[in-house]
Design a binder for this molecule. Structure first.
Ligand code: SF4
Length: 424
């Protein structure tokens, strides 16, 4: 029997799919192409309507297959999938999937205590995402996550440290700690409580040649102790993803974000004060355009904030109401066209700031992790501050050896969305 997994959405879903693959393999199933597989698993994301629509389109072509749906599914979508008799399995219940999938067979596989304890079938040999918590208690008014992933749950510290340790011993070069809001990690080590900063420092002490980063943070929970980690932890890379969402205090309040633009700007100032020069500390963000009642004045405030902060990257989204959320009860009074137009204006600002920030790196010699090699000659990677980079020059003969390794590169060209450089 064979299986195929299609994953939608964020890094957390990608990481969950690695654990699903591990369970399938242990059941004796083999991975196969979508058109040949007996079991089709769709790991869904209900955060945007477009992703849900794509799934429905794909499900139309799955006759004669056993379909399993999992991941972030809103109750409304769950009901519709149920009506079509698709098998819906909760990711948190992954340890019980074998019994649920093969009801009539006697299954004898090891049963870990929860789904985080399942050893993942990592997709990369040199870069690994390690979930430290899941769920969210924040209830931002536009967000479906608290309704799909439920409340916050933090993994025990011992288990996280054990997983990271093994990865580093195996030679993994990049560890990305994952969670909807990593700052509110509230784990335990034996009977003692352990917060995110303490966990980060413990991981950083593991010896080895690796980069450490984390996703995603909430501005209301960015403590001074965490900011100081960028200077204190030697493996922590100079990169932070910190969602701003809007530059208007009125809209932030309506989004239930619990911080002001001034607070956010103060955080950025403190973070940048750590004097990262080579490479500079990069900051990426998320911004929603056209939230209900976002006036021209509110939008201008977002433009102003973007121009002032000068992000290295921004994931821009036109607002779409998600069922069950508090914002979905508000009148969606900005036209689709206006939302797109606002998004495009923000993108033009972003293009200017990314180019300027990239130009700061011209001539620098910096460490790069090679992660993509195409046609045996086109080589790509990322810098320590998470910039995409294309490697030029004569590397054809040893290109294969570079994959998954750190190399020293001199930056020779700065483009809007990436850099170019040569191995030195
Ligand atoms: S912090 Fe807000 S946006 Fe992020 S997952 Fe939680 S509710 Fe959603």
């Amino acid at each position: 029997m064979t299986y195929n997994i299609t994953t939608f959405g964020c890094q957390m879903n990608i990481s969950d799919s690695e654990r699903i693959a591990s369970v399938m393999n242990e059941m004796g199933l083999k991975n196969a192409d979508q058109n040949k597989a007996d079991f089709l698993i769709f790991n869904l994301c209900s955060v945007r309507q477009t992703a849900v629509d794509r799934v429905w389109g794909m499900l139309r072509k799955t006759k004669d297959k056993t379909v399993i749906l999992t991941g972030c599914i809103l109750p409304k979508d769950k009901k519709k999938f149920n009506e079509k008799k698709y098998l819906i399995l909760d990711i948190k219940d992954l340890t019980n999937w074998p019994q649920k999938i093969q009801k009539n067979k006697k299954i004898s596989i090891k049963k870990p205590k929860d789904y985080f304890s399942i050893l993942p079938n990592y997709t990369s040999k040199f870069s690994a995402c390690v979930p430290i918590m899941t769920g969210c208690n924040n209830f931002c008014t536009y967000c479906a996550v608290p309704f799909t992933r439920g409340r916050e749950y933090s993994r025990p510290a011992k288990e996280i440290l054990c997983e990271v340790n093994k990865l580093i011993v195996q030679g993994v070069k990049e560890i990305i700690l994952l969670g909807q809001n990593v700052n509110s990690y509230d784990g335990r080590q034996k009977t003692k409580k352990i917060n995110f900063v303490q966990l980060l420092k413990k991981i950083d002490k593991i010896p080895g040649n690796y980069w450490l980063s984390f996703l995603t943070s909430h501005p209301k929970d960015m403590s001074d102790e965490l900011i100081n980690c960028f200077a204190e932890c030697k493996h922590l890379v100079p990169y932070l993803h910190l969602p701003l969402q809007s530059g208007s205090n009125k809209i932030l309040k309506m989004m239930n974000r619990k911080y002001t633009v001034a607070h956010y700007e103060k955080l950025i100032k403190k973070i940048r004060k750590n004097n990262f020069v080579n490479p500079h500390l990069t900051i990426s963000t998320d911004i929603i355009s056209g939230f209900p009642n976002e006036t021209k004045k509110d939008f201008l405030a977002t433009i102003k904030a973007m121009e002032k902060i000068k992000f290295d990257m921004a994931y821009l989204a036109a607002y779409s109401a998600r069922p069950h959320t508090a914002a979905s009860k508000l009148k969606d009074n900005i036209s689709k066209q206006e939302k797109e137009q606002r998004k495009n204006i923000l993108n033009e600002i972003l293009k200017k700031t990314t180019l300027k920030n990239n130009q700061k790196m011209l001539g620098q010699e910096t460490e790069v992790l090679i992660d993509t090699i195409k046609d045996n000659a086109l080589i790509f990677g990322k810098t320590k501050n998470f910039k995409r980079i294309k490697i030029n020059g004569s590397t054809k003969d040893n290109s294969k050896k570079l994959m998954g390794n750190f190399v020293k590169v001199k930056i020779t060209k700065a483009n809007v969305w990436n850099l170019e450089g040569e191995i030195i």
